[in-house]
Design a protein around this ligand. Structure first.
Ligand SMILES: Cc1cc2nc3c(=O)[nH]c(=O)nc-3n(C[C@H](O)[C@H](O)[C@H](O)COP(=O)(O)O)c2cc1C
Length: 324
C-alpha cells in the first residue's frame, strides 16, 4: 500500500471542495492531501450523475463517503479504489438533520460497533486506507471515555487513521453552521488521544487559520486538517510545501496560480462548462490584499454570464490592479 502523507490536508466541504477547487488547491500545494465533498452511498449507487470524477492532477485525493450500510459502503469504496482514489474516509462528523435521518454522520459516534462494521466491510474489498473523520463527542456524550470507547472499537476493525474535529456536535437545535462555531474547541483532548494511542495516526481539525498554528499542532498530533480558511483564503496553501514539508521550491505567486488555472478553465468551457463553476472558488485568492474587493466583485458580477470566458479573469485582474 502506497503511504499517504497526512501532515496537512484540506477538509471535506460540501459544495466547496469539488474537483475545480481541488485542482486550484493542487496548483498551490503539491503535498496537501485533498478530500472530496461528502458523497453519500445513495448518490453513488442510485444517482444519475458521476459523483466520483476527479482530475488526475489532484492526487493524493481522498473520497469522503456518507453512509452507514456496510454493504453499500463496501460497494462504493470498491468503485472509489477502481477509479484511483488514494483513500476512502467515512463521515462521522456531520450533524445535519438530513444526514441524521439517513443515520450517518456525527450520530454514528453513538454506534461505534456499526462504524467498525462499516470500516471492516470496506477494508475487506480494497487495499487503500479506510479512515474516519469524527468529532470529540455528541450531545451529552462528551467525556474523554466516550471518545476513547469509540476509538477502541473502530480501530479494532483496522482503521489506523482518524481526523478529529476538536469540538462536539449538538445533534438537536443547532444548524450545521452553528455546530462549526458554538461548541467549544478542545484541542487538548485530541492531543491526549494521540498520547494514549501513539500507534494510530491522529489528525486534528477545527479553527486552524495559519501555518504557524498548524506547526504548533504538529508538535502534538500527526496531521492538521484545515477547512474554511483554506477556502476563504486559499493562498495559505502556497507555502504549505515549504513550511510544513521542508521542500525547497520557490513560492508560487498569485499571478502564476491564475496563469496555471487558465488552460484548465478554457478546457472546462470548451467542454460546455461555465466560467463561474471554477472562478467561484478563486474569489478569495487575493484575500487581505488591496484590490481584493475589486477582484471579488468583478468575478461575482461577470463570471456567471452566458458566454463568459477567460477574458473575464484577465479583466478581474486588471480591476484589482487598478484599485490597489
Ligand atoms: C461549507 C462546509 C461544508 C462542509 N461539508 C463537510 C462534509 O461534507 N464532510 C465533513 O466531514 N465535514 C464537512 N464540513 C466540516 C469541515 O470538514 C470541518 O470539519 C469544519 O469546517 C471545521 O474545520 P475548519 O474550522 O478548519 O473549517 C463542512 C464545512 C463547511 C464550512
Amino acid at each position: 500500500m502506497k503511504s499517504i502523507n497526512r501532515t496537512f490536508s484540506i477538509a471535506p466541504m460540501l459544495d466547496w471542495t469539488d474537483r475545480h477547487y481541488r485542482y486550484f488547491a493542487r496548483i498551490m500545494s503539491k503535498q496537501t492531501l485533498l478530500y472530496t465533498e461528502m458523497v453519500t452511498t445513495g448518490a453513488i449507487i442510485f444517482g444519475k450523475g458521476d459523483y466520483l470524477g476527479f482530475n488526475e492532477q489532484e492526487h493524493p485525493v481522498a473520497l469522503q463517503l456518507g453512509g452507514s450500510n456496510p454493504q453499500d459502503l463496501a460497494r462504493c469504496a470498491k468503485l472509489a479504489a477502481q477509479r484511483g482514489y488514494d483513500e476512502v474516509n467515512l463521515n462521522v462528523g456531520c450533524p445535519s438533520d438530513r444526514v441524521q435521518n439517513g443515520r450517518f454522520g456525527a450520530c454514528l459516534m453513538a454506534e461505534p460497533a456499526l462504524v467498525a462494521e462499516c470500516v471492516d466491510a470496506m477494508k475487506q474489498v480494497v487495499d487503500i486506507p479506510i479512515t474516519v473523520k469524527s468529532r470529540i463527542g455528541i450531545d451529552e456524550q462528551d467525556s474523554y471515555e466516550f471518545l476513547t470507547d469509540f476509538i477502541d472499537v473502530v480501530s479494532a476493525s483496522g482503521c489506523q487513521e482518524f481526523t478529529i474535529h476538536a469540538r462536539k456536535a449538538w445533534l438537536q437545535g443547532l444548524s450545521p453552521k452553528q455546530n462549526r462555531e458554538i461548541p467549544e474547541l478542545n484541542y487538548a483532548r485530541v492531543y491526549q488521544l494521540k498520547q494514549d494511542y501513539s500507534h494510530l495516526n491522529i489528525g486534528i481539525n477545527g479553527g486552524i487559520t495559519t501555518l504557524e498554528q498548524a506547526k504548533e499542532h504538529l508538535k502534538h498530533v500527526d496531521g492538521v486538517m484545515v477547512g474554511r480558511e483554506a477556502y476563504h483564503n486559499p493562498y495559505i496553501l502556497a507555502e504549505v510545501d515549504q513550511q510544513l514539508h521542508g521542500i525547497d521550491r520557490e513560492v508560487i505567486t498569485r499571478e502564476q496560480v491564475i496563469e496555471q488555472m487558465l488552460p484548465y478553465i478554457e478546457r472546462h468551457i470548451a467542454d460546455g462548462g461555465r466560467l463561474n463553476h471554477i472562478t467561484r472558488h478563486m474569489i478569495g485568492l487575493f484575500q487581505g490584499l488591496p484590490g481584493s474587493r475589486s477582484w471579488r466583485r468583478y468575478l461575482s458580477e461577470n463570471a456567471h454570464k452566458t458566454g463568459a470566458g477567460v477574458e473575464v479573469v484577465h479583466d478581474a485582474v486588471s480591476a484589482m490592479l487598478e484599485n490597489q
